[in-house]
Design a protein around this ligand. Structure first.
Ligand code: 13P
Length: 261
């Protein structure tokens, strides 16, 4: 199956949690728990707040910890008069590998549009980093039966004008908004259905090869106790984890899904 060719990616999105001291300690604890087998089976990234990035980078590099550094957001321009914004070029300088774009919290609370998500994804790719493009429906949209339309629309808009080769290398995170931080997880079946739709949408815009190699994460109340079932789904190639990624032991339990059973 194509699934074996896609190495899972488990990402910890710390959101606005952990100052740089707490971030260092969390990463050190995580590195203490994870083993060579884990890193062989799974790619792991952590996405601390901006103020922690340099500290976490230093720890990862000094201790040769094979956890990728990630960011939660960035601007689309490399520099300019954008008070308070963060340049993707500065992230690249910190050896950031993955940048989350279009998280539902950014879209809902800070007005990010599909167009902004698209230009940011292009800026991130241009600098040799990998965007994790987020999509997902609200509870109202799910109940109205418009999940597929919303998600496919976000995916199409997010990928507009990006080459099929680049699309094949990026990550899309399906995060149903009603499942974020609520303790309510989509059933493995529902999550698989939408992730399969995401892959079909990628196939439609960028062709079969890109669809086979793009990695699709599920996010929304992922925990050690539900990771095995979610990760067993053919179109789920990873997890974007919020709350459970803040505690090293809890995050490690998700990364170690591969060894369960
Ligand atoms: P939770 O895992 O806390 O539900 O958060 C999911 C998320 O938004 C990750 O980006």
């Amino acid at each position: 199956m194509a699934k074996v060719t896609r190495k899972p990616l488990i990402s910890g999105n710390w959101k606005m949690h952990h100052n740089h001291f707490e971030a260092i300690s969390t990463v050190q604890k995580l590195a203490y728990i994870l083993t060579k087998d884990d890193y062989e089976a799974v790619d792991v990234s952590v996405h601390p707040p901006f103020t922690d990035l340099r500290s976490v980078q230093t720890v990862l590099e000094a201790d040769e910890i094979p956890v990728a550094l990630g960011a939660q957001h960035c601007h689309w321009e490399d520099k300019g008069a954008f008070t308070g914004e963060v340049s993707p070029a500065f992230l690249a300088k910190l050896n950031v590998t993955y940048v989350i774009v279009g998280h539902s919290e950014r879209r809902e609370l800070f007005g990010e549009t599909d167009e902004m998500v698209n230009v940011k994804a292009k800026a991130i790719l241009k600098l040799g980093m990998t965007p994790i493009i987020c999509c997902g429906e609200t509870l109202e949209e799910r109940e109205a039966g418009s999940t597929d339309e919303k998600v496919a629309g976000q995916v199409r808009a997010g990928l507009a004008g990006i080459t099929p080769e680049q699309i094949g290398g990026l990550v899309i995170a399906y995060e149903p908004i009603w499942a974020i931080g609520t303790g309510r997880t989509a059933s493995a079946e529902d999550a698989q259905a939408v992730c399969s739709l995401v892959r079909a949408t990628v196939s439609e815009v960028a062709g079969r090869d890109a669809a086979e190699s793009v990695r699709i994460q599920y996010g929304g109340s992922v925990k050690g106790s539900n990771a095995v079932e979610l990760m067993a789904q053919p179109d789920i190639d990873g997890a974007l984890v919020g709350g459970a990624s803040l505690v090293a032991e809890d995050f490690a339990a998700i990364v170690q899904y591969h060894a369960a059973g």
